[in-house]
Design a protein around this ligand. Structure first.
Ligand code: URP
Ligand code: ZN
Ligand code: ZN
Length: 460
């Protein structure tokens, strides 16, 4: 099967030009002006932006968490991602404390194998680092193609590891060419504040926010950076939300230290005033919580300063009925919100169309940088000869409204209900196949392939 995409405005992290793309099988064969080739299918991309498929390196599908499961499974979640222009996701496996990493991998494969519509990979979350776990790291990096290891400095009593385990894990991961990603908030401080608020019978979603003040994130980010720098292990802070934490990153660069930083679309465009809506605020109960307007400004600046390399989602949806588990106690509200389908259009609309980031920066933070950091580049994350033909055709001017009535995520509300967006995904190709066209998904579950990743942490 061959496809010719004609006359599109091709945007990569570095380029902006009009040309044709010839695809044969799963990969891009030729790029050039007025290509004289015969193709099975011709797509006219005149007037459209033609960009690499999005990569969302932070999603939680069908994940057991806080006594329930996130409501998108691998089929509904990767399909919704495709509708939103994201062709590859990286999900998280959670080790069960007391069990091996291999056991966790098998459990996650049981839910994901043959069920994905779009391409996917895994980070391995290490929640119990011990002599046995240590022996498994090399195998995951060299054989499984799972080269990034997630750690939690919070969720005390559930997922959190202490600094002793963190240092030991970093040394092992560095030795074999992997990377540590981290949920960097101070779990002990948060645990204390949650207990204090509950003792004072302050139980509404607002107190979720007040239990995780900025200092909890700034402190843990700084501590993580120091540990990563001490061990020499590449580090990546997930879902960074605020000025204090970004300043810890900024200060570290002045001492020639470096970590990669991800923020998520919600932290760029939503703020903590949503927690004043009484229980409706549960829609945005996530960790870390939404912050202030000044933090949004810091994050947009951080993207342009090169301190923030990735805009992800931390997609972790729960049905309203699941959120109601915390009706009388904010600490029981399952943490997370849905965004896998909305990330690219929201980032384009609020970022590019409002003049906050350039088109090249959009591609960099929505696709290319994640591919580089997580060992998938140049197979994924760019439009180049021999790269996978993961391509979106985008109308920069079409306006539409986000709503739970029209989205494809398996969740019965939207965190962005009624949001006017300028810019629309029109066509999505995944490995040379038209996966979405005119609001219709053309590929089935099972089409999505597991992406084995290379050793990670390219300097970008
Ligand atoms: O609220 C969140 N972020 N839920 C998912 C788990 C995590 O911390 O990433
Ligand atoms: Zn987290
Ligand atoms: Zn997460």
């Amino acid at each position: 099967m061959s496809i010719l995409i004609k006359n599109g405005n091709i945007i990569t992290a570095t380029d902006n030009y009009v040309a044709d793309i010839f695809i044969e099988g799963e990969t891009i064969k030729t790029i050039g002006k007025n290509l004289a080739v015969n193709a099975d299918e011709v797509i006219d991309a005149t007037g459209k932006l033609v960009m690499p498929g999005g990569i969302d390196p932070h999603v939680h599908l069908d994940m057991p968490f806080m006594g329930t499961f996130s409501s998108d499974n691998y089929e509904t979640g990767t399909r919704a991602a495709l509708y939103g222009g994201t062709t590859t996701i990286i999900d998280f496996i959670l080790q069960k404390q007391g069990n091996s990493l291999q056991a966790a991998l098998q459990e996650w494969k049981g839910r994901s194998d043959n069920n994905c519509v779009g391409d996917y990979s895994f980070h391995m979350a290490v929640t119990d680092f011990n002599e046995e776990t240590k022996k498994e790291i090399k195998h995951f990096i060299e054989e499984e193609g799972i080269t990034s290891f997630k750690t939690f400095m919070a969720y005390k009593g559930a997922l959190m590891i202490d600094d002793r385990q963190m240092i030991g894990l970093m040394e092992e991961v560095k030795k074999h060419g992997g990377l540590i990603n981290v949920h960097a908030t101070n779990g002990d401080m948060i645990d204390y504040l949650i207990a204090k608020h509950k003792a004072e019978e302050k139980l509404t979603p607002l107190y979720h926010y007040l239990s995780q003040p900025e200092v909890t994130e700034a402190e843990a980010s700084e501590r993580f950076i120091e540990m990563a720098s001490y061990t020499g292990c590449p580090g990546y802070i997930v879902h960074l939300t605020c000025e204090g934490a970004l300043n810890a990153v900024r200060n570290a660069t002045q001492k020639n230290k470096k970590v990669f930083v991800e923020t998520c679309i919600q932290y760029l465009i939503l703020d903590a005033s949503l927690y004043e809506k009484n229980f409706e605020g549960a829609k945005w109960v996530m960790s870390p919580p939404l912050r202030e307007k000044k933090d949004q400004a810091t994050l947009w600046a951080g993207i342009n300063q090169g301190l923030v390399q990735v805009v992800a989602t931390d997609h972790c949806p729960f049905m309203w009925e699941q959120k109601l588990l915390g009706k009388n106690d904010f600490s029981k509200i399952p943490n997370g919100h849905p965004a896998i389908e909305n990330r690219m259009e929201l980032l384009f609309s609020e970022g590019v169309n409002k003049g906050k980031i350039t088109l090249n920066k959009f591609v960099e933070v929505s696709s290319t940088n994640a591919a580089k950091i997580f060992g998938m580049f140049p197979k994924k994350g760019t439009i180049a000869v021999d790269s996978d033909a993961d391509i979106i055709l985008f109308d920069a001017n079409e306006e539409h409204t986000l709503s739970a009535k029209t989205h494809h995520m398996n969740v019965d509300y939207s965190g962005y209900e009624g949001w006017r967006v300028k810019g629309k995904i029109k066509t999505v190709l995944l490995r040379g196949k038209v996966a979405v066209d005119n609001n219709e998904c053309k590929v089935e579950k099972g089409y999505g392939k597991f992406v084995k990743r290379k050793k990670v942490g390219q300097i970008i």
